[in-house]
Design a binder for this molecule. Structure first.
Ligand SMILES: Nc1ncnc2c1ncn2[C@@H]1O[C@H](COP(=O)(O)OP(=O)(O)OP(=O)(O)O)[C@@H](O)[C@H]1O
Length: 252
């Protein structure tokens, strides 16, 4: 069975059609850091679904648990209590191979972009295809096509130190999306950018995510990009305080 086998849970979109299947489902998800007297609960009974093709923005004050939730969903941290299903498989109590499987099908975009300084833009993008079985030629062609898609056709062989902040973040987007992941997780992707650049970078994420039909979960404090989302979820002190569709229809 495909790792993306369909799930029967669906919901309506604004236009009355059906949302894609559920890609991520959290139920009563709790998370703790520390042990003994220092053990502290960070997430409390999180219940949320992310549907195929949805763009969801997660907001919340500093320390409310946004990055923790993002890293749990992305298989970068082991979930402890409750249920967290990603691509139809349970991650709570699962062996390590399950989180590796999630990572293989997930693209990550972080604030600092994490480009490797000694690799060109193209080579940075190709790096994320290493986990996948592409021939060198195909991987190069895909990397070039993706850099063209983010408007960097004239920067393909540039090293990161010769790129602006916005250009570097576009390389990071190309790197995250080149393998056509089913899920894109972004943590403060516009934090280091000015308003106009941040907006254009997010519009690229939105366009490519739509074209590829991938689900995106984006953590941001940037109120100027909220309108690119289909839905906004808001965390307060580790609790889901709001789960709001930006259009008429409700989500299950
Ligand atoms: N590895 C860790 N060990 C212990 N505590 C941690 C760890 N990571 C995060 N925390 C704590 O968990 C809480 C939530 O952190 P988290 O980074 O998820 O919040 P956030 O909403 O993403 O914050 P910000 O907007 O500032 O990035 C904070 O109180 C933080 O200090």
């Amino acid at each position: 069975m495909s790792v993306f086998a369909s799930n029967s849970t669906t919901a309506r979109t604004a236009s009355g059609g059906e949302l894609g299947r559920v890609i991520v489902a959290a139920r009563q998800l709790c998370h703790y850091f520390g042990t003994g007297d220092l053990r502290k609960q960070i997430l409390f009974d999180i219940e949320v679904d992310l549907h195929a093709g949805e763009i969801v923005i997660m907001t919340g004050p500093s320390g409310s648990g946004k990055t923790t939730l993002l890293t749990l969903i992305g298989g970068l941290r082991s979930p402890q209590i409750g249920s967290l299903r990603v691509f139809d498989r349970e991650l709570v109590g699962a062996p390590k191979r399950e989180s590796i499987r999630v990572r293989r099908h997930t693209g990550y975009i972080f604030q600092g972009n994490n480009l490797l300084e000694y690799l060109t833009a193209k080579q940075n993008v190709q790096m994320s295809l290493k986990l996948h079985d592409y021939h060198a030629r195909e991987s190069e062609e895909r990397a070039i096509a993706m850099l063209e898609a983010v408007g960097l056709s004239d920067r393909i062989d540039y090293f990161p130190d010769k790129l602006s902040g916005g250009q570097k973040q576009r390389v990071a987007i190309a790197r995250a999306l080149v393998s056509h992941p089913k899920l894109v997780l972004a943590d403060e992707p516009t934090a280091a950018l000015d308003g106009v650049t941040g907006r254009s970078v997010m519009e690229i994420v939105q366009k490519l995510a739509r074209e590829q039909g991938c689900t995106s979960l984006i953590v941001t404090h940037d109120s100027r990009i909220l309108d690119i989302a289909d839905r906004i979820i808001h965390l307060e002190d580790g609790r889901l305080a709001e789960n709001r569709r930006l259009s008429a229809a409700a989500v299950t």
